[in-house]
Design a protein. Structure first.
Length: 197
């Protein structure tokens, strides 16, 4: 693969954009409209990997893909007792998700994909997160900030949600949505080295 200074980022997530900026990678944001419905019987790992691939590949087929550049897509899901917990539908759902995570250990999976031509590189990372026991008042006050909306598992570790977390084991940026170390490795594997600082 020849070298490129710029990639497409098939993500509307501001967190992913920030992490990619942190890596010194130039990118053009491109929309993805991939259906993120979880398939019955699909493992959490298979799910994030399929959706991350789908986001990158569907963006590649869209009319916004006008330059022949690599496309990055990513997906994050929170998994509790084997069940993927996606983004909350509304504040009531956010409260239910946080009640479920209260005092419990869960896992966060993020998968990142780089696609170019018929080549595809993919890395999936798992982080263990343990929540403090949360009172109903803490959950309600947190949900009132609106921060849980748009976040897998209804919390943002990079925001006020970080104060709900007792311990984490593994990559922090993986929880935020794009594992910094593994994304750098992926870019290196794909020989886009000169786009890195
Ligand atoms: C657990 C957790 C998730 N999140 C976010 C990361 C992701 O943006 C989101 C999970 O949803 P995703 O479907 O992975 O991503 P997205 O819909 O926000 O963006 P796009 O598909 O356009 O790339 O949850 C945090 O910001 N902080 C956290 O602590």
């Amino acid at each position: 693969m020849s070298q490129h200074t710029t990639i497409y980022l098939a993500s509307g997530s501001p967190r992913r954009q920030e992490i990619l900026t942190q890596l010194g990678v130039d990118f053009i944001q491109i929309a993805n409209h991939f259906d993120e419905t979880h398939l019955a019987g699909e493992s959490a790992k298979d799910y994030v990997e399929r959706v991350a691939r789908g986001k990158a590949l569907s963006a590649m087929e869209s009319s916004d893909y006008t330059e022949s550049l690599p496309v990055m897509g990513a997906d994050t899901t929170v998994v509790h007792q084997g069940q993927p917990l996606g983004k909350p539908d509304d504040l009531q759902h956010a409260e239910q998700l946080l009640e479920r995570l209260s005092g419990q250990t869960h896992h966060v999976y993020s998968s990142v994909v780089l696609a170019y031509g018929d080549q595809l590189w993919q890395s999936t990372v798992e982080t263990e997160v343990t929540f403090a026991k949360l009172s109903k008042t803490i959950i309600q006050n947190y949900c009132r900030t609106n921060e849980p909306m748009g976040k897998a598992g209804a919390y943002a570790i990079q925001g006020l949600g970080g104060s709900l977390v007792e311990t984490i084991n593994g990559s922090y940026t993986n929880v935020v949505g794009l594992p910094l170390f593994e994304t750098r490795q992926l870019l290196e594997q794909a020989s886009i080295k000169h786009a890195l600082v």
